[in-house]
Design a protein around this ligand. Structure first.
Ligand SMILES: Nc1nc2c(c(=O)[nH]1)N[C@H]1C(S)=C(S)[C@@H](COP(=O)(O)O)O[C@H]1N2
Ligand SMILES: [Mo]
Length: 172
């Protein structure tokens, strides 16, 4: 189903289109809010974040840990190799084009261990109509609390040398 069809269906049914979890993953998958509720244990996060334009926001979110959802999709790194994990990235996008980047290490239990959620409920209200919301409890700013999540991309950062195309520094 195309993006336009999915949006039309969302309007007709009152249910957001599934989010697409894709990239360097063994098992890319489309996930509805019902899938996110049924597939993983639901964690709670009471958060306070600040919006530059509309001030402080306080919410209670519930949902699976982003880490557990991505791990079940088979990320393309060797879990025994910490340096593999340290170059892995996640891009979370909303239907309106707003995107936020996380490093895998932020949420990996051996590194930052941040309890980042893909929320299924906000303040007790199911998010099925809007879609999931990214919850980054350690963030003081609201920008990465991406709402109406449509896309999660996972993959390694580029490692190709770019030396040839980059000018040398000017001598001091
Ligand atoms: N999809 C999407 N999510 C988004 C944004 C956005 O523009 N699009 N803005 C972010 C910002 S800047 C803030 S402060 C929080 C809180 O937004 P709210 O005021 O709608 O609660 O949502 C974040 N999530
Ligand atoms: Mo904001």
């Amino acid at each position: 189903m195309g993006v336009v069809d999915a949006a039309a269906e969302a309007r007709a049914t009152g249910i957001a289109p599934p989010l697409v979890l894709a990239g360097d993953l063994a098992r890319p998958v489309r996930l509805t809010l019902a899938d996110l509720r049924a597939g993983w244990s639901q964690h709670r996060a009471e958060v306070l974040f600040d919006c530059a334009t509309s001030g402080p926001r306080r919410h209670l979110f519930e949902g699976p840990l982003l880490r557990e959802v991505v791990l079940d999709a088979g990320p393309g790194f060797d879990v025994r190799r910490r340096k593999d994990r340290s170059r892995f990235l996640l891009v979370v996008g909303g239907g309106d084009g707003h995107h936020a980047v996380l490093s895998w290490a932020e949420i990996d239990a051996d590194f930052g261990d941040a309890p980042v959620l893909l929320a299924t409920r906000m303040d007790g209200r199911p998010l099925d109509t809007d879609g999931s919301q990214l919850v980054v409890p350690s963030d003081r700013c609201g920008a990465r609390y991406v709402s109406a999540v449509r896309r999660v991309w996972a993959g390694s950062c580029p490692t190709e040398p770019e030396a040839e195309s980059v000018k040398p520094a000017k001598p001091a």
